[in-house]
Design a protein around this ligand. Structure first.
Ligand SMILES: Cc1cc2nc3c(=O)[nH]c(=O)nc-3n(C[C@H](O)[C@H](O)[C@H](O)COP(=O)(O)OP(=O)(O)OC[C@H]3O[C@@H](n4cnc5c(N)ncnc54)[C@H](O)[C@@H]3O)c2cc1C
Length: 393
């Protein structure tokens, strides 16, 4: 198997790199927001996505009949990783998750309304699966969707809905059939975020950014805005989560942090002695470099194939997410060990090593091992689906 890019793919990577350098804007590209920098949550960042769309780079792997170019997923992978490396907004939920799920399962009305807007970066989404009693056990969602004339009436609560405070549309699961087994009683809906009866409250995260909880009071959803078939929501959500696990957890920021740490180790001193001579420090950075190379192999192998369309690969998505997000957290934890007590100083504080980057990055990377399904849940999926071990919940 050849892990190198072909000359055409390499040419595209260079084109994207040059475009990103020419369009560099510190207001849009903020590496200190870590994984949250992928969100198009300000007017400047939304404009950036529109410029990206004008390049014809959104939805490259989508079928031609829906405005895509039907080219290999490797191009989407190259683009998304380059965006992440530059700390720019990324293809995210619209192109990478909701668009692809609508193409597979959405009705004609939803495809006609949303797919063109996704490709022109005119719509941002929030994703609502988690609830107070449904996090790891997503199938336990209790948000009630009651059948009424011409549609559905929604009442209840969602937790941890990132993007709800700026998104245009809400992609969410709700219980339409409470008498059926829990996995069969859920359906997926799309509703406008400014709908009367929706109340969004901010929730801080351990990182710099916030997420939200959302309350629903008699929120009406017309029949056409039910995604796919009633009662099959959990299947669609599982597929969407598989897509999320490689689209929204990119590798480039981890490589960049590893490089930043290694470059610093080469010049920094502790007690007047060069850190680069410390055997423990050398061991830690060598281990990080090795695991980053392994993660790169995993991402090229799994993610490029997964981005090409079709049913998303569950086991590979979990393996990729588990390996990269735990590595992401370990790089930051090791960086805090290496930088010592001063490593706890925050961004902007005098004497903070590496401008305080790793203090913030460590907190932010904790989020990565929870959002999109925790590391324990990824291990459960791998144990059950790859290794054939029994279900434990
Ligand atoms: C920054 C951030 C952003 C998020 N954004 C969104 C979003 O946009 N939309 C959305 O729907 N959700 C979002 N989430 C929610 C996320 O998906 C959940 O937090 C996650 O699924 C865990 O659920 P929980 O918080 O309820 O924890 P719990 O499910 O209560 O888990 C608590 C602990 O128990 C462990 N655990 C639970 N069950 C098992 C088991 N069977 N075996 C072993 N260990 C287990 C978990 O790994 C965890 O360590 C976000 C979370 C974070 C942190």
């Amino acid at each position: 198997m050849d892990f190198d890019f072909s000359p055409e793919e390499q040419k595209f990577a260079e084109e994207v790199e040059q475009w990103l350098v020419e369009n560099h804007d510190p207001v849009v590209m903020d590496p200190t927001r870590e994984n949250f920098t992928q969100l198009a949550d300000t007017p400047e960042r939304r404009d950036f996505m529109k410029k990206l769309a004008a390049q014809g780079w959104l939805g490259m792997s989508w079928p031609k009949e829906y405005g895509g170019q039907e080219i290999e997923g490797v191009y989407e992978f190259i683009l998304n990783e380059a965006l992440a490396r530059h700390a720019a907004p990324q293809i995210g939920k619209g192109v990478g998750i909701i668009g692809k799920t609508l193409i597979r399962h959405g009705n004609d009305t939803l495809k006609a309304e949303f797919l063109p807007k996704i490709l022109t970066a005119e719509v941002e989404f929030a994703v609502g699966y988690s609830e107070p009693q449904a996090g790891s056990d997503a199938a336990n969602m209790q948000l009630k969707a009651e059948k009424v004339e011409g549609g559905w009436k929604l009442n209840g609560q969602k937790m941890w809905t990132t993007s709800a405070h700026f998104a245009d549309w809400y992609w969410l699961g709700a219980r339409t059939d409470p008498d059926k087994p829990k996995h069969d009683g859920l359906s997926l809906f799309l509703i406008p975020m400014d709908h009367p009866g929706l109340e969004v409250q901010s929730l801080p995260t351990i990182g710099k950014d916030t997420t939200n909880q959302v309350f629903f009071e008699d929120v009406f959803v017309p029949d056409d805005y039910l995604v796919g078939e009633r009662g099959r929501g959990f299947q669609y959500i599982s597929e969407a989560l598989d897509l999320e696990r490689f689209t929204m957890f990119t590798l480039s920021p981890i490589s960049e942090r590893s490089r930043l740490l290694t470059d610093w180790v080469k010049v920094a001193k502790r007690d007047d002695k060069p850190l680069k001579d410390d055997p423990n420090v050398r061991r830690l950075v060598a281990h990080i470099a090795t695991d980053t190379a392994v993660a790169k192999g995993l991402s090229v192998r799994f993610v490029c194939a997964a981005m090409s369309g079709g049913k998303p690969p569950t086991i590979q998505s979990s393996q990729y997410k588990l390996f990269t997000t735990t590595l992401s957290q370990r790089v930051c934890r090791d960086a805090l060990d290496i930088t010592g007590a001063a490593g706890q100083l925050r961004e902007g504080q005098e004497d903070a090593p590496l401008k305080g980057r790793f203090e913030g990055a460590y907190r932010a990377t904790v989020n990565e091992t929870v959002g999109g399904g925790s590391s324990e849940i990824q291990k459960n999926i791998i144990a059950r689906r790859e290794l054939g071990l029994p279900k434990n919940f």
